[in-house]
Write a new protein. Sequence first.
Length: 267
Amino acid sequence: MTQTDSAGSQADSEANWAIETKDLTRNFGDKVAVNSVDIQVERGTLYGFLGHNGAGKSTTIKMLTGLLAPSGGEMRVLGFDMNNEQQSLQAKKRIGVIPENLALFENLTAQEYLTFVGRIHGLSLETIRERSAELLSLMTLDSEPKTLALEYSHGMRKKLSLAAALLPNPELLFLDEPFEGVDAVASVTIREILTNFVNRGSTVFITSHVLEIVQKLCTHVGIIMQGKLVHQSSMQQILDRGSLEHYFLSLAGNENAASNRLNWLES
């Protein structure tokens, strides 16, 4: 194989992955939060990233989105090297994020906030108006246009964050607990949006503790325990063994969680 052929094959391989990491590690002092994690997320998939509280999910997302520098390892997002400042910037233009802690400008209305986000991404005012009107209507955030974000409930803030993440029409979405604090109607709306988003060829990387939703929604799953990736496969491979919940609990060493009980509550 010639050098040109080799480079071309590598580029084709990288083009298949929305996210690819090798030995990705993050330490906080003596604590290893993410331990040599190898993740591969195909383009056009909905990837559920699961684990206990403190397992390393949010830390991984922060590294993949450029919010936190890794202690070691490699990571590519949409083919861009996230350890390279210029390439990282190119990747950031193509992704949308709902972070662990919602970071909104609370003294802005929903429309003002989306306008700000849109201008940051270089969208025209006409495009921002068209897309934000549709997004705010879909998220049912258009009934009181003068309400500031600081007056929103947690669920409303979550929906505004999703609207902002979708506004620039990204190739890849990172969503950290998007269903937390969201009512049943909004949950269905978000699920439909994400399904349609993936059906058009885009990619979603999502964390959630609601395993039932993950099982119904995601096409692929990665499970992280104490900073280590212990499982990665298609959802169908897990369902061939039973339910996602049962498999997750078996990895967590707590298959009999449903039968756990407090004797003093039964006396």
